[in-house]
Design a protein around this ligand. Structure first.
Ligand SMILES: [Ca+2]
Length: 267
């Protein structure tokens, strides 16, 4: 029979709070230092586009002037293709109600969509969104991107998992660190000029990652990009990065956000 858990004394609880506070203060000064060294970059909004405020965005991919988006929530998850300028949905395929859609990547003529806790990646035809195939994997699915050779996947931890795009088998994985500190809660992903960019869950922050070593190359602070007073939901967080390599344009949005932003990264 397990022994009862001893009650925590007020002094013990005070000690825990003090330790947490000291960690918080240390993080604040680390953050300031990063800004001063230019390791933390800012942004400028170039254009705003409409975005369906019912879309619980989990994956975003730019494709020749269109966007493909994966949305979550069991019972309403989809993969859909949108017109960038209007946000109008051109095509959509609903997921079976037990699936919670997550990251999305384009590999040739196929779109690959993760599910959160179902261990299934679904494969669709890029042009029609017709389901073609499925892969199985272990663990949670969060973000997905394609670097031209491998799929890159996040699972909410500090790890990036690289997979073969034909078999979905794991090839390797790296831990993401910023000056030795793990960067956790990596969520939606994008490969940009050989770097992996991730947005961090519940933060308006992008991290730029060296895919070979997992080292953070820098951060982009998106604080203030979206006025959260318009959508008073804790779920309405930044989640969605898409890049057009031809023009260099960069797009971001969030779950339930009524806007999608084209941004420029600035010093
Ligand atoms: Ca993306």
């Amino acid at each position: 029979m397990p022994s009862p858990t001893p009650a925590r004394s007020p002094a013990f609880q005070g000690l825990i709070l003090l330790v947490l506070a000291l960690f918080g203060v240390g993080g604040y000064f680390g953050w300031r230092k990063w800004r001063e060294t230019g390791w933390m970059q800012g942004y400028r909004v170039v254009r705003e586009f409409p975005h369906d405020p019912s879309a619980y965005t989990q994956g975003l991919v730019f494709d020749q002037g269109l966007l493909h988006e994966s949305t979550g929530q069991r019972g309403s998850s989809k993969v859909r293709t949108l017109e960038l300028e209007s946000g109008v949905e051109l095509r959509a395929t609903h997921l079976p109600p037990m699936y919670f859609g997550e990251g999305l990547a384009l590999v040739g003529e196929r779109l690959i969509q993760l599910t959160w806790q179902e261990g299934v990646a679904r494969v669709y035809d890029r042009a029609t969104l017709k389901p073609l195939d499925e892969f199985r994997y272990e663990g949670e699915g969060w973000g997905l991107a394609f670097d031209g050779t491998h799929l890159v996947m996040s699972d909410g931890s500090d790890q990036l998992i690289f997979r073969d795009p034909q078999s979905f088998k794991e090839v390797r994985r790296v831990r993401v660190t910023a000056q030795g500190t793990p960067v956790r809660m990596l969520n939606e992903l994008e490969v940009i000029d050989g770097e992996v960019w991730a947005n961090i869950w519940k933060r308006e922050l992008l991290v730029r990652i060296d895919p070979q070593t997992g080292e953070a190359l820098g951060f982009v602070d998106l604080a203030g990009i979206f006025d959260h007073r318009s959508i008073p939901s804790d779920d309405a967080v930044l989640n969605g990065i898409a890049h057009d390599p031809a023009s260099g344009r960069l797009f971001v949005t969030g779950k339930l956000w009524p806007k999608l932003f084209e941004i420029e990264v600035v010093k």
